[in-house]
Design a protein around this ligand. Structure first.
Ligand code: FMN
Length: 176
């Protein structure tokens, strides 16, 4: 899949088929994360692939994470807290995984709704890491994402309103 197509196609998926992600596909997605740039090439990341049903159930016990009980995989992105740009680095790597997963026909959803200590204890994550974000991943269920549609949370600001040229507030007509 062409990269712009994957970027356009991607949406947050909150409903998944009960279908395992083949290991070669999961490996390619994780490789896409590994290939990401990082400040000084520090690669201050560690990714925990959570497949265990009980553990996903615990992760799903939050207001905005109910669907984690049915996504076959949840990737937990951790960053070495002594590296200045660890949050940026881990986020870039995870978004590369998101785009790669989309091109593999997988759905994803970033998850910021988690309790750091619960996740740390459950997954035995060493103190040297911050837990940056979670990523749900799996085959989307063929139905519209009602929650997203109803909440109208997919709209985007106009390009003209978020881009300036040469100084803040100096706008140009942009073609898209
Ligand atoms: C850092 C971050 C945290 C998020 N946390 C959650 C979450 O906890 N639960 C959830 O359902 N969606 C979560 N989202 C998804 C956003 O709601 C979603 O990206 C946004 O509404 C735009 O919709 P779209 O991804 O379908 O384009 C998160 C997204 C990001 C980038």
């Amino acid at each position: 899949m062409e990269v712009y197509e994957a970027i356009k196609l991607r949406r947050s998926v909150r409903s998944y088929e009960q279908k395992t992600i083949p290991s070669e596909i999961l490996s390619r997605v994780l490789e896409a994360g590994r290939a990401a740039p990082s400040a000084s090439n520090n690669q201050p990341w560690h990714f925990i692939v959570v497949r265990d049903q009980e553990k996903r159930k615990i992760l799903s016990n939050r207001m905005f994470t109910r669907f984690l009980a049915e996504s076959p995989v949840v990737i937990v992105g951790c960053g070495e807290k002594n590296r200045r740009y660890h949050v940026v680095d881990v986020s870039i790597a995870m978004q590369q995984m998101v785009i790669a997963a989309t091109s593999e026909g997988l759905g994803t959803c970033w998850i910021g709704d988690f309790n750091e200590e619960t996740v740390r204890t459950m997954l035995k994550i060493p103190e040297k890491y911050n837990i940056i974000c979670l990523l749900a991943m799996g085959y989307p269920k063929e139905k519209t994402d009602l929650a997203a549609t109803l909440l109208r949370i997919r709209g985007r600001k106009k390009l003209e309103n978020i881009v300036s040229f040469d100084e803040y507030g100096k706008h140009e007509k942009l073609l898209s």
